[in-house]
Design a protein around this ligand. Structure first.
Ligand SMILES: Cc1ncc(COP(=O)(O)O)c(C=O)c1O
Length: 387
C-alpha cells in the first residue's frame, strides 16, 4: 500500500470519527416505541392515525431528492462501507462554513458527536448547562457513573442568564453546553450576547453549542456560532440532518471545531464505522435542497401559528418559539396527565421535564396532525379539569 493510500485511510478513520453509542443507555429504545414495534407488523414510522408530535421530526421528509439518493446509494453501495461517501459529505460541510475537512466529524445523528464531546470533557471536569436544555448526551458521563451535570438555577421566564452562566464556570468545569435555539423552551438567545459569552467562556473551557434547530431561526447565519471556530476560539458546534432536513431516521449529524478538538473528541466515537451509505446519500442530496427546506420551514411556521392560536383560545400561554416545537404552559394541569389524555386521542406529545410540572412540549408535524392536536386540546383539558 502506498503512503498516500495509508494516509487517506488513517485520515478517514479520524475524520469520520464520532458516534459514541458507548453506553447501553444511549442505545435504549423508548418503552413506547418498543411496545409499538412488537405489536405491529413491520411498519416504519408512526402507525396510521397517530399524530406523532413528540420528537421534533419533520414528517415532510425525506425530500424527493433524498429518497432517490437513498435508493441509488443502497443499490450501488449498500454492500460496501461508506467511507468515501462520508468524506464527500465532510467536504461539502467544510466548504459551506469555510472550514477544513479536519474541522468536521460525522456521526450517526448528532447524538453521536455530542456524546463523544461529553465523554471527552468528562475526562478533565464537569459539564455546565442551563437548568433546561437538551441534556440527553451531556448525561452520558453520569450514566457511566462519572460526574453529573452542573446546572444554572431556574429562571422565572425560562430564559438563560448568560452573565450567571459565565460566573458559574469554575475550575471544575471542562465544558459548557448551550442548546441554541433551546430545547424544550424553543427560545433563541440574542446572537450578539451569545457571541460575547462564547468568546469569554471559551477562554475558560470548551464551549459546545448545539445548533440542531438553527435552520429554523429567522436568520440562521446570524444565530450560528460556527464563525468563531475559524477565529480560533475553543468552540464546538453540533448540527443535525434530523430536524428541518427530515432525516431523523437516516441518522446523520456532525460536529465542527478546531482540528485538535475534533481529533481528541473523535477518540470517544466509532469513526466511519458508524456511518451508512443511505443516510449519507440522503444528507448529501438534502444539504442544498433549498426548495425542500423552504417548504418545510413554511409548514412548521403554519403549524406553530395553529398551535399558538389554539393555546390562546383555550386560555393557556406558550413561550415564543423559533423551532419546530412549542413549549406550552398548562397552568394548573399536570403535563404527564395531559400527555396521557392526548395519547388517548392518538396525539403523542411530551410530558413533564424535570420539575417543570405544567410545561408541555408539542412538535410540529404534518398540518393534519397539528390539527388533531388542536382538536384534542380542549377535550383533554376538559377531562382533566373535571376529574
Ligand atoms: C437540541 C437537540 N440536539 C440534538 C438532538 C439529537 O438528534 P440527532 O441525534 O437525531 O441528531 C436533538 C434531538 O431531538 C435535539 O433536540
Amino acid at each position: 500500500m502506498s503512503n498516500t493510500q495509508f494516509d487517506r485511510r488513517d485520515f478517514i478513520k479520524t475524520a469520520l470519527a464520532g458516534s459514541a453509542a458507548v453506553s447501553l443507555a444511549s442505545l435504549a429504545i423508548p418503552a413506547m416505541a418498543r411496545q409499538e414495534a412488537h405489536s405491529s407488523a413491520l411498519h416504519y414510522g408512526p402507525m396510521p392515525g397517530i399524530a406523532k408530535l413528540d420528537a421534533n421530526e419533520n414528517p415532510y421528509g425525506p425530500s424527493k431528492a433524498a429518497l432517490s439518493a437513498i435508493m441509488k446509494a443502497s443499490q450501488q453501495g449498500g454492500a460496501y462501507y461508506a467511507y468515501e461517501t462520508g468524506l464527500r459529505l465532510i467536504d461539502m460541510i467544510a466548504e459551506r462554513y469555510s472550514l477544513k475537512p479536519e474541522n468536521v466529524t460525522l456521526s450517526s445523528g448528532s447524538s453521536g458527536v455530542l456524546t463523544s464531546a461529553a465523554l471527552y470533557a468528562s475526562q478533565t471536569g464537569k459539564i455546565l448547562g442551563p437548568d433546561l436544555f437538551w441534556d440527553t448526551t451531556a448525561l452520558a458521563p453520569h450514566n457511566q457513573g462519572k460526574a453529573d451535570i452542573l446546572r444554572l438555577p431556574k429562571t422565572n421566564d425560562l430564559a438563560i442568564d448568560l452573565d450567571a452562566f459565565y460566573e458559574a464556570i469554575t475550575d471544575e468545569v471542562s465544558m459548557v453546553q448551550v442548546t441554541n435555539p433551546n430545547n424544550p423552551t424553543g427560545r433563541a438567545l440574542d446572537p450578539v450576547q451569545l457571541e460575547k459569552f462564547c468568546i469569554k467562556a471559551s477562554k475558560k473551557c470548551l464551549v459546545l453549542v448545539d445548533e440542531a434547530y438553527n435552520e429554523l431561526t429567522d436568520m440562521p447565519e446570524k444565530h450560528s456560532m460556527i464563525h468563531l471556530i475559524n477565529k480560533g476560539h475553543n468552540i464546538a458546534v453540533g448540527r443535525t440532518f434530523s430536524k428541518i432536513y427530515g432525516l431523523a431516521g437516516m441518522r446523520v449529524g456532525y460536529l465542527l471545531s478546531s482540528a485538535d478538538n475534533i481529533e481528541k473528541i473523535s477518540k470517544f466515537g466509532m469513526g466511519g464505522y458508524a456511518m451508512n451509505q443511505a443516510g449519507l446519500a440522503a444528507a448529501i442530496a438534502s444539504f442544498d435542497d433549498n426548495a425542500f427546506l423552504t417548504f418545510s420551514k413554511e409548514k412548521i411556521e403554519q403549524g406553530r401559528e395553529m398551535v399558538m392560536s389554539a393555546v390562546k383560545a383555550n386560555g393557556l400561554s406558550a413561550l415564543p418559539s423559533t423551532t419546530s416545537f412549542v413549549f406550552v404552559n398548562l397552568g394548573d394541569v399536570n403535563a404527564d396527565k395531559f400527555r396521557a389524555e392526548m395519547k388517548a386521542q392518538n396525539v403523542m406529545i411530551r410530558g413533564v421535564y424535570r420539575d417543570y410540572l405544567s410545561w408541555s412540549r408539542v412538535s410540529m408535524g404534518k398540518i393534519e396532525d397539528v390539527q388533531k392536536y388542536v382538536n384534542a386540546l380542549p377535550r383533554a383539558l376538559d377531562t382533566l379539569r373535571n376529574t
